[in-house]
Design a protein around this ligand. Structure first.
Ligand code: ADP
Ligand code: MG
Length: 317
């Protein structure tokens, strides 16, 4: 099967959205940005054996690749519109591409984000997904919006991504329910569109936790010119993480493990009651610290300084 047969069979679909004037198949696609909205664009590359196991399930790899990119749109407060896919494959193996395309298009359909183009090349397996979405001008959650005394929150639980990797590598031995949960969390990170939408009026800055809480909260602090303190006893942990690792390990994972794709966001004091009301009515998020003046990000366990071994993932670090 050649490159064009592969594209036609697995990646070309008729456009569903009327924002797409011309989709896959020409030199460019032609897209109509909804009027009065800003375009939000982000790209992420996943390299085999760096970001996912090369022999992993292709459907799960595809789903994860798209979810990870969509997470950036959610963390910006944007709504998904379209995506492009650059796929580098060692060979045109339909046994791999068919389930890959199935997973990819399933997630795309679920989030209403349509594939509008890409590139297909031969080489070591790598997947690059560029997502595009729209946001009301001036309403995006930028990293630079945090102010001293804002409270810091995260959605869901932290440390599951790191625990999943530890389970893959047999460093921890969860029971089958916990293992299943961790695999789900790793391969199906949920872009937090729902939470972002409800929290939108109350957020001063946000980021998705991809490299680890300390690293990503550090990005908010650097961009905003502030510091932060994180209350280690407040870190939200799943049962799988709590039951199958030591206290120390749980905290390390929650603070510096990557791959969780939760939303970390800051809330000015006057909006805290509204956010707490959303949490009271079922939104899964909790307060884990506060923004300070200065530029240090510190961790406290019951008021005492808490030192962590690793600060999060950095490709060239
Ligand atoms: P060009 O030579 O102009 O770069 P290509 O031959 O790379 O065009 O691609 C032909 C068409 O197929 C283009 O519309 C491109 O966007 C699309 N395409 C190529 N690879 C993919 C892919 N992996 N997923 C979706 N669309 C793709
Ligand atoms: Mg090309």
């Amino acid at each position: 099967m050649n490159e064009f047969e592969l594209i036609n069979r697995y990646f070309k679909r008729s456009a569903m959205s009327n924002t797409i004037a011309l989709g896959v198949g020409d030199d460019c696609s032609l897209l109509n940005v909804p009027s009065g909205r800003q375009l939000a664009v982000s790209v992420d590359t996943l390299v085999a054996d760096v970001h996912f196991p090369a022999d992993g399930d292709p459907q799960a790899i595809a789903e994860r690749a798209l979810c990870v990119s969509l997470s950036d749109l959610a963390a910006m407060g944007a709504s998904p519109l379209w995506f492009t896919l650059c796929l580098t494959l060692p060979q045109a193996d339909e046994r791999w591409v068919a389930p890959f395309s199935e997973g990819l298009l399933r997630v795309a359909g679920h989030y209403g984000c349509e594939l509008v183009g890409g590139d297909t090349t031969k080489g070591p397996l790598a997947i690059s997904v560029q997502v595009m979405g729209s946001v009301e001008p001036g309403k995006a959650f930028v990293r630079s919006g945090a102010q001293p005394d804002d409270l810091i929150y995260v959605t869901g639980t932290l440390g599951d991504g790191a625990a999943a990797l530890a389970a893959f590598n047999r460093k921890i031995k969860p029971n089958s329910d916990a293992f299943h949960y961790l695999i789900q969390r790793y391969y199906h990170p949920i872009p937090r569109f729902n939470e972002a939408g409800r929290l939108a009026p109350h957020v001063s800055a946000a980021i998705d936790v991809s490299d680890g809480l300390m690293a990503d909260l550090g990005h908010i602090c650097t961009a905003s010119g502030v510091g932060a303190e994180v209350y280690v006893e407040n870190l939200p942990l799943s049962e799988a993480v709590e039951n199958f690792s030591s206290n120390r390990q749980q905290r390390e994972w929650a603070l510096s493990g990557g791959d969780d794709y939760q939303l970390c966001f800051t809330v000015p004091r006057e909006h805290v009651p509204a956010v707490d009301a959303l949490i009271g009515s079922g939104l899964k998020a909790c307060n884990i610290g506060k923004i300070t003046s200065g530029n240090r990000v510190t961790c406290l366990l019951l008021g005492e300084p808490f030192t962590i071994a690793s600060k999060g993932y950095n490709h060239f670090g």
